[in-house]
Design a protein around this ligand. Structure first.
Ligand code: ADP
Ligand code: ADP
Ligand code: MG
Length: 631
């Protein structure tokens, strides 16, 4: 048995592996880069070893540093997780050379399946159906052009060493081919160190269905059913489920049989996934085999009740598979959603920032599992994958599972970083997803209007800011207006918070007057970030900020001056020349028509002129305070 396990990974998967190791009484060693010194996986492990600076190439991808960490900490096995070195045959070999168990398949199986062209040739020989295409050694443009004509457009250009959806290009006609080949070669060379390409027939309206396989060193190979991963953006999965709503019993039987044969053909051992692309007529073709634990292994665990990491550790230690094929049973339906720091409105571009509100335990009810690797206060850095958490649910039926997943996502606002959470919710609750009709290219083709915040959302943000100012809102007349300009995405509104006897009574948003929303009682999750507010309403997250005055158009108020918006009596001046003010600081009060209006600084700086004193009559538009920016 393994005594001490080093986890050569980070984030949610490192945490997930540590949990199982602990339960099995195995000691755990984490590794970390400088960006992860305070990360959750580091704190969960029994010990942790620094392996280098933040960039993965200098830390999580450094074979020697990781082997050294294992030797130094007395680890007798290494689990690579997914991504990083998990499918790197040289790394597996280096582990064995150092006398350390590699928790994964034999080196030869990783090599055989690591190259898509090679894998397809092997699969053809084993009688597994593969996607029609060209995967020959001749890499000339002329050959690719001739082969594309033979296959028939549309075709897909792929990097033979590819992964993570990278190096892939859709080509609709002969004219697009040369450009696609050139850019795919570049991307592949940079990402995978090899510019070898292959062509495949593009299967239209396709589904991605994969089979989990497991093998041991004693010649037994089993499968643990399928997973449907057709919900993708940019050729990458975001929602996965099992069983597939598209697969029927005969198809399941044929696919799982083909997957087991694929594993046998390369003398597989450990956990692996055989991926198939499925046409609308239910014909399926081998795509590739991932020789590692998959991100979405969790849905298989939910319906089988098994712990796949435990199986991996047992098999790696030479034990036979814990269960025979007939003893593996399935119950209910499971769905996983990948919560990622990415902006669906900006082509799913990865986002970074500090997580200021994140309470996954709020969704902890039976049937809900959240695998994550970040705590509130943690930082999403640009160095690694933007996936923050996996929200996984299990229920009796697909319908119930969808409802439970929506509920779990709603219960877990993620504030501080832009995420795909609102997008996931819209998707889950859509008719298309509900009917099981999603195909792999669908989300990339869809128009995606962004949800703009409502006036009520603006009002809620205004009240958060106004109440947070913590000023004494009592005034002699009893009434006070506190104006502010707020922007959320493309929408900017002039607002004001209206107080009576120190109590917020209403908010003006543009021309609309809204009674003060009781933020706390309505349970809106919100958090302040300086003069900005993150707000969650039913799963949609908005960030409101006071626009930088220096960037507003010339007609707007210049940040260097504080101007009274109303005529009346200057009741109070709260600053003097030389005082430091922050954007949002109340610098004075004007009283007009039984109403007080707060004058606020619009930039950080130092007061260098005060043009009025308490008791003066002032006119709308008068400059009362001048501010110089801080050096
Ligand atoms: P899965 O089917 O489990 O989602 P993927 O191939 O999408 O598998 O990859 C799993 C993880 O590893 C993802 O986080 C992905 O971004 C990352 N990944 C996969 N291949 C590579 C690669 N070659 N280089 C860097 N990251 C990769
Ligand atoms: P990766 O190694 O990046 O995971 P895959 O070959 O597994 O690459 O393909 C990733 C995704 O791209 C698939 O899940 C599918 O959505 C799409 N895809 C791949 N090959 C085809 C094809 N021949 N026809 C249609 N879609 C495909
Ligand atoms: Mg794949």
């Amino acid at each position: 048995m393994i005594r001490t396990l080093l986890i050569a990974n980070r984030g949610e998967i490192a945490c997930r592996i540590i949990r199982t190791a602990k339960r099995m009484g195995i000691g755990t060693v984490a590794v970390f880069s400088d960006a992860d010194a305070g990360a959750l996986h580091v704190r969960m492990a029994d010990r942790a070893v620094r392996i280098g600076p933040a960039p993965a190439a200098q830390s999580y991808l450094r074979v020697e540093a990781i082997i050294e960490a294992a030797i130094q900490s007395g680890a007798d096995a290494i689990h690579p997780g997914y991504g990083f070195l998990s499918e790197n045959a040289d790394f597996a070999e280096a582990c064995l050379a150092a006398g350390i168990l590699f928790v994964g398949p034999p080196v030869e199986a990783i090599r055989a399946m690591g190259d898509k062209a090679n894998a397809k040739a092997l699969m053809r020989a084993a009688g597994v159906p593969v996607v029609p295409g060209y995967d020959g050694d001749d890499q000339s443009d002329a050959t690719f052009a001739a082969e594309a004509e033979r296959i028939g457009f549309p075709v897909l250009v792929k990097a033979s060493a590819g992964g993570g959806g990278r190096g892939m290009r859709r080509v609709r006609s002969a004219g697009e081919l040369a450009g696609a080949l050139e850019s795919a070669r570049h991307e592949a060379a940079a990402a995978f160190g090899s510019d070898r390409l292959l062509l495949e027939k593009l299967i239209e309206d396709a589904r991605h269905v994969e089979v989990q396989v497991f093998a041991d060193d004693h010649g037994t190979v089993v499968h643990l059913g399928e997973r449907d991963c057709s919900t993708q953006r940019r050729h990458q999965k975001i929602i996965e489920e099992t069983p597939s709503p598209f697969v029927d019993a005969p198809m399941r039987q044929a696919m799982t049989k083909a997957a087991v044969e694929a594993a046998r053909a390369v003398n597989y051992a450990g956990a692996g996934t055989v991926e198939f692309i499925v046409g609308s007529d239910r014909t399926f073709f081998f795509l590739e085999m991932n020789t590692r634990l998959q991100v979405e292994h969790t849905v298989t665990e939910m319906v089988t009740g098994l712990d796949l990491v435990e199986w991996q550790l047992r098999v790696a230690a030479g034990e036979p598979l814990p269960l025979a094929q007939e003893a593996i049973n399935y119950s209910g339906h499971a769905i996983e959603a990948r919560l990622c720091a990415e902006d669906p409105a900006a082509g799913f571009a990865p986002q970074t920032g500090k997580v200021i509100h994140w309470r996954p335990e709020a969704a902890a009810i039976p049937g809900v599992r959240i695998d994550h690797g970040i705590d509130e206060g943690g930082e999403v850095t640009p160095f690694y994958d933007p996936m923050i958490a996996k929200v996984i649910v299990h229920a009796t039926t697909r319908e119930e599972a969808i409802a439970r997943l929506s509920q779990a996502l709603r219960a877990t606002p993620l504030l501080g970083v832009v995420s795909n959470r609102g997008f996931l919710l819209e998707l889950l609750e859509s008719e298309t997803f509900g009917s099981g009709a999603v195909t792999t290219g669908m989300l990339d083709a869809a128009e995606r209007p962004t949800t703009a915040p409502s006036d009520e959302d603006f009002a809620a943000a205004v009240s958060v800011l106004a109440l947070a100012d913590g000023d004494d809102w009592f005034s002699s007349t009893g009434r006070r207006r506190c104006p502010m300009t707020l922007r959320a995405g493309e929408t900017t509104k002039e607002c004001s918070a209206n107080f009576e006897r120190g109590r917020l009574v209403s908010i003006d948003v543009g021309e609309t007057n809204i009674a003060a929303p009781a933020i706390e009682t309505h349970g809106l999750a919100h958090v302040r970030e300086g003069r900005a507010v993150w707000l969650d309403r039913a799963g949609q997250t908005f960030r409101f900020e006071e626009p930088d005055p220096m960037q507003r158009d010339a007609a707007a108020i210049d940040g260097r001056v504080v101007v009274t918006p109303v005529s009346g009596l200057l009741r109070r001046v709260d600053v003097a020349v030389g005082d430091t003010v922050r954007s949002g600081t109340v610098v004075g009060i004007v009283e007009a028509m039984k109403m007080e209006t707060a004058l606020t600084a619009r930039m950080d700086g130092i007061v260098n002129a005060v043009r009025g004193k308490a008791g003066d009559q002032v006119r709308a538009g008068d400059v009362l305070i001048e501010i110089a920016g801080e050096q």
